[in-house]
Design a protein around this ligand. Structure first.
Ligand code: KG4
Ligand code: ZN
Length: 412
C-alpha cells in the first residue's frame, strides 16, 4: 500500500510518501519521500506562530511541495481536462472564501491530472491551530475527490508516538520493520503545544477486530495520565529564549547556550524552581519557570546597565534546561512506576534536546526497559509520522465521518 501523508497543524508544511506491507504491529514500510517546509523564519518576527500567516503559507506551499513529493512515483492513470475542471470547480466557492491561497495554487496545478499510484491519503485532523489544520484537510479532500482515493484522519499526537518507532527516517527506499513496543508503554510527549504523559495499551478494538468508534484502528489505545496546566514545555523554552533575546523557535538556541555553559563550566546565576515536582500527580506547570526567568533577567539588567552578559545567558540557559529535565524526568519515573510500564516513548519537537534525551535514556536504563525516541530529524513536525499512523490502521474508516479540523483533539 502506498500512503501520502499531509501535515499542516502548526508552522511546518509537510508531505511524505511511504510504501507498506502488512499492518498493525507487523507493519513493514519504506520511506519514499518526506519533505518539510518550515515557516519558522517567517514567524520569528512575531516571536511565535501567527495562525493567519501559517494558514496562508500552507495554502501557497502545499501544491509545489506535492509536485516534488510525487516526482518519481508511477502513475495509475490520468483524468481529463473536463474531469479536473469539474472536480476542482466543485470546491471553488468554498475554497475561494476559506483558503484563497490554496485555491489559487490548486486551480492551476496541471500535474494533478496525473493520478499517482497512491492507495490512501493520511491527513492531520488535530490537535493544532485550526486555521492551519483546515488547509491540509481541504487539500486532502480535493486530492481524494480528484483521484478517487480514501482519506484517513490522523491524530497529530499519535503521529509523534508512532514516529518514534521508525528505525530510519531517510527516504532511501530501504524496507524496515517498525520497532516492537512492549505494552503497557508510557509516552512522554513534549512539543510547542503539548506536554503529556500517556499510557499506551493494546487497543480493545484491535483485539476484538472491531471498528473503533473514534475512527482510528491502530493497535494501540491511549489514556492521558497527566498534562500541563498552563504552558507546554516547548512554549516555555520559546518564551525563556525570547527573554534572553534569542530568536523563535528558542529551544535549539537555549540548548546551544546550555551546552556552552557546560563546556565552559559556567555556573548557574540563580537556582530556578522545579514547578510541581512534588505535586504527587503527573501534571506539569511551566509558566512559573518562565516567570522566574523573567525576574532573573530583569534583576540582571538592572544590575548590569540594562545588558545581559553572554556568561549570564549561558548559565541561565543551563539552569533552565536542568530545571525542565528534573521535572520531566521525575514525572516520567512516577508514570513508569504507577503503570508498571514495559517501555517508554519520547515524542515531539523538544525530544530533539540532547540533555533531555540523555536523561530519559538513563532513567529507562535504570528501570531496565527499552526507550524509543525519534531520530532528531523527525522529532519536529513531519508528515512521515502521519502516514505511518494511517499505515497501522488495518481497516478503512467506517465512512460517513465528516472530516473536520479539531484543534483540541485528544489522545484516547
Ligand atoms: O513538535 P513540534 O515541532 O511542534 C509542535 O507540535 O509544537 O515542537 C516544536 C517545539 C518548539 O517549542 C521548539 O522550541 C522545541 O520544539 N524544540 C526544542 C529543541 N528543538 C526544538 N526544545 C528544546 N531543545 C531543542 N533542541
Ligand atoms: Zn508536533
Amino acid at each position: 500500500m502506498t500512503i501520502l501523508g499531509i501535515e499542516t497543524s502548526c508552522d511546518e508544511t509537510a508531505l511524505a510518501l511511504i510504501e507498506t506491507h502488512g499492518s498493525g504491529t507487523t507493519l513493514e514500510c519504506r520511506v519514499i519521500q518526506s519533505l518539510v517546509h518550515s515557516q519558522a523564519e517567517l514567524h520569528s518576527a512575531y516571536g511565535g506562530v501567527f495562525p493567519t500567516l501559517a494558514k496562508r503559507e500552507h495554502g501557497k506551499n502545499l501544491a509545489p511541495l506535492l509536485e516534488k513529493t510525487l516526482k518519481d512515483l508511477p502513475l495509475r492513470g490520468t483524468i481529463t481536462d473536463q474531469q479536473f475542471k469539474d472536480v476542482i470547480g466543485s470546491f471553488k466557492v468554498e475554497l475561494e472564501r476559506a483558503n484563497p491561497d490554496l485555491w489559487e495554487s490548486l486551480s492551476h496545478a496541471e500535474f494533478l491530472k496525473n493520478i499517482p499510484a497512491i492507495d490512501r491519503i493520511a491527513v492531520t485532523e488535530g490537535p493544532g491551530l485550526e486555521p492551519a489544520l483546515w488547509v491540509g484537510i481541504n487539500f486532502a479532500r480535493i486530492l481524494g475527490a480528484l483521484w478517487g482515493i480514501p482519506i484517513i484522519p490522523v491524530n497529530h499526537m499519535e503521529g509523534h508516538v508512532i514516529g518514534s518507532l521508525l528505525e530510519s527516517d531517510t527516504a532511501n527506499g530501504a524496507w524496515q520493520k517498525l520497532k516492537k513496543l512492549p505494552l503497557p508503554a508510557i509516552a512522554l510527549l513534549i512539543s510547542g503545544g503539548h506536554t503529556e504523559l500517556v499510557k499506551i495499551s493494546d487497543s480493545p478494538s484491535s483485539l476484538l477486530a472491531l471498528p473503533d468508534p473514534t475512527g482510528s484502528h491502530t493497535p494501540y489505545s491511549y489514556a492521558i495520565l497527566g498534562q500541563t496546566k498552563d504552558d507546554a514545555v516547548g512554549e516555555a523554552f520559546d518564551k525563556a529564549a525570547r527573554l534572553l533575546g534569542l530568536p523563535y523557535p528558542g529551544g535549539p538556541h537555549i540548548a546551544r547556550l546550555a551546552h556552552e555553559a557546560y563546556i565552559e563550566k559556567i555556573p548557574a546565576p540563580i537556582k530556578l524552581p522545579r514547578p510541581m515536582i512534588k505535586s504527587g500527580d503527573l501534571n506539569f506547570s511551566f509558566s512559573g519557570l518562565k516567570t522566574a526567568v523573567l525576574y532573573a533577567v530583569r534583576d540582571e539588567m538592572a544590575k548590569n546597565g540594562e545588558k545581559l552578559s553572554d556568561a549570564f545567558k549561558k548559565g541561565l540557559a543551563y539552569e533552565f534546561e536542568n530545571a525542565v529535565a528534573d521535572v520531566l524526568d521525575s514525572k516520567l519515573r512516577s508514570a513508569i512506576e504507577k503503570s508498571s510500564a514495559r517501555s517508554v516513548i519520547i515524542g515531539g519537537g523538544v525530544a530533539a534536546n540532547h540533555i533531555l534525551r540523555a536523561r530519559f535514556e538513563k532513567t529507562a536504563g535504570e528501570y531496565g526497559i527499552p526507550i524509543f525516541m525519534p531520530s532528531r530529524h523527525i522529532s519536529g513536525d513531519n508528515a512521515l509520522m502521519i502516514a505511518l499512523v494511517a499505515a497501522l490502521d488495518e481497516k478503512l474508516p467506517a465512512g460517513g465521518r465528516e472530516l473536520r479540523a479539531n484543534g483540541t483533539k485528544r489522545l484516547g
